[in-house]
Design a protein around this ligand. Sequence first.
Ligand SMILES: Cc1ncc(COP(=O)(O)O)c(C=O)c1O
Length: 390
Amino acid sequence: MTKEAFNERWNTNSMKWDMLEERYNNPDLWPMWVADMDFQAPQPVLEAMREVLDHGIFGYHVRPKSLYKAVQGWLSRRFSWEVNTDQMVFTPGVVPSISHLIQTFTEEGDGVIIQTPVYYPFFPLVRNHNRHLIQNPLVETESGYEINFTELESQMKEGARMIVLCSPHNPVGRVWTKAELEEVARLAEVYNVFVVSDEIHADLIFQGEHVPFVHAAKGYQVETATCLAPSKTFNIASLQLSYVVFENSSLQRRFENQLKTNFVGIDNPLASAACEAAYNEGEQWLEDLIAYLKGNIAYLKAQVAENMPEIKVFEPEGTYLVWMDFRGLGLYGEDLQTWLREEAGLALNDGHMFGEAGNGFARMNIACPRSHIEKGVQLLQHAYEQKAVK
Ligand SMILES: Cc1ncc(COP(=O)(O)O)c(C=O)c1O
């Protein structure tokens, strides 16, 4: 089978499909890395964007009131989270949002906690601003990962100023429980730590339910900001639309001033039309997507358990990213990456990138047609069997 026969993303300037040569020195790897999906956005999103295109004028644009309403409706329906439209600040991405939040609410040298292994841009986000990076590694247990609250408390006690939560957590796939988030909120109140909650994966839940951090923090005096976006949910990341929700208007003003200082904030009419349509008309599409992704996860898990028992799959409670442990094969660091590339022909995200605790791990993206997973599994199994023979 040629590449073209089974995929339409090659030669579309897709990061996942067209950067293999640049990133892995091999354009023929099977790409299951970058966190986007190999699916078209919902039809209402495409239609709303077409309408904007047909108008054909892309001059400076004011963010429509209807967009704020669409976000408000989504948060209410999906999470029973009632927000006023004036609590949202639109931004061109969650990573840029966190960058601005760090600039606004911390000073040079301040400690910022992240919970490793974690989405790798969190490291430079803290370090690029000359803040002190504090790692609060998650504890690996038989059933999944947990927060090390004892260490977290001592790090907060020692004066950390901010924690960047990843909720749900990329790459370990945890959907934090209300009790876990409440404990973070309690500690944040005691030690006066600002909580940035990155909830970009909140819509992609397979087990349990997503609890917005602000719900768990009710009753606690915590400075907090929540970062959200339709980008992962509806596969529109390149449109660069996200938003930050504040509970405290004076903190919100400070953040807005920071954005103004950096001249961030012009609306993109294609992005706002897409977001509005996704939130107003994309709910059934999302339900169908979740059911499909659950099937992908079940397939992967069953295949690995049956045919590759030395590899451990951490079944994600949320996010379409699967954290896989290859230590049972005695593979770590560069050796694991070389094996995945050269023996399996797979492009996965190197576990190392998510922090030292990711050594011996890799992250597989399962947001693709089942046939893509089947091919990924075949490639992995072939390499696995070859290794056993050697
Ligand atoms: C936890 C987390 N935050 C942020 C992002 C990226 O957000 P954006 O593209 O809006 O900057 C990702 C993408 O994978 C992510 O997993």
